[in-house]
Design a binder for this molecule. Structure first.
Ligand code: CAA
Length: 283
């Protein structure tokens, strides 16, 4: 199953990062979103990242232009009529994802793989709305996509070995390391990362230490690149809460209950970096 042409649905931070790494690896990429302004923002981000690579001498101007020329813009899912794989990176909401998968299933060629970059929604439930659940798979990239080496590949209940292999090979061709995971709430990354972040928020809530102290312990004591509260702000506190709710509901164990302080911050609109304020304040 040779993959050459990719459609990425969603030009946000994750989708544009995925489009960038696919184009860098030589794939022909269609970047799709529902509004031109979202495509513009995504492509600006890609151009800025590649510009930094040129400044740092990691790429030439010619390479930058070649990579950009491999990305075409699309406002219509019907442009997926001749792609080999669709990687969906739209909003984390089951209704939205299922409606995209229903639509794309009717358009994409029979052989095409339908992948989702969901960070925690069940692959099997997304696959169930298509006529090709055996060709549906999770491809969970980490943020920032151009930097992080991991892709969690999640098999839905019906995903075939052939489809898994094709996605594994593609992941390696992107310069990333694939890890095989079965379809359980939060997969591996968020099943472990989010309870750690939630526990850090509990430590702050209970007055065990200041936010700076909590972050320093994990940064300097455990060599994490960012402390858990800084990382929570980076991921987005609404996303953190959403994933904790999925773990809590899906695994049914009270150890996954979201910290009340996390709920309070989200209710206040303190969503982290993207809203200018979370555990820390951003300019
Ligand atoms: N896009 C592209 N490149 C980026 C980038 C971005 N958004 N952000 C940083 N970089 C690059 C920089 O250009 C820089 O490269 P060079 O120095 O070679 O030019 C390099 O990354 C390091 O950046 P900085 O020096 O600015 O800062 P840093 O050393 O603190 O690194 C970081 C930034 C890579 C984000 C690092 O802090 C880190 O690894 N943090 C943890 C990130 C993490 O845990 N991500 C997973 C989040 S969870 C997730 O994604 C899953 C989910 O479902 C919630």
């Amino acid at each position: 199953m040779a993959i050459q042409k990719v459609m990425v649905i969603g030009a946000g931070q994750m989708g544009s990062g995925i489009a960038q790494v696919c184009a860098q690896a030589g794939y022909e990429v269609i970047l799709n979103d529902i509004k031109q302004e979202f495509l513009d923002r995504g492509l600006n981000g890609i151009t800025k990242n590649l510009g930094r690579d040129v400044e740092k001498g990691r790429k030439t101007e010619e390479e930058k232009s070649l990579i950009l020329s491999r990305i075409t813009q699309s406002l219509e899912t019907k442009d997926a009529f001749d792609v080999d794989i669709v990687i969906e990176a739209a909003t984390e909401n089951m209704d939205i994802k299922q409606s995209i998968f229903r639509e794309i299933d009717a358009i994409a060629p029979m052989h095409a793989i339908l992948a989702t970059n969901t960070s925690s929604l069940p692959i099997t439930e997304i696959a169930a709305v298509t006529e090709r659940p055996e060709q549906v798979i999770g491809m969970h990239f980490m943020n920032p996509v151009p930097v992080m080496k991991l892709v969690e590949i999640i098999r839905g209940l019906a995903t075939t070995d052939e489809v898994y292999k094709a996605v594994e090979e593609m992941t390696t061709s992107l310069g990333k390391t694939p890890v095989e995971v079965n379809d359980f709430p939060g997969f591996i990354s968020n099943r472990i990362l989010l309870p750690m972040i939630n526990e850090a928020i509990y430590a702050l809530y209970e007055g065990v230490a200041t936010k700076e102290a909590i972050d320093d312990v994990m940064k300097l004591g455990m060599n994490h690149p960012m402390g858990p509260l800084t990382l929570a702000d980076f991921i987005g506190l609404d996303t953190c809460l959403y994933i904790m709710e999925i773990l809590h509901e899906g695994l049914g164990d009270s150890k996954y209950r979201p910290c009340p302080l996390l709920r309070k911050y989200v209710a206040a609109g303190w969503l982290g970096r993207k809203s200018g304020r979370g555990f820390y304040v951003y300019d």
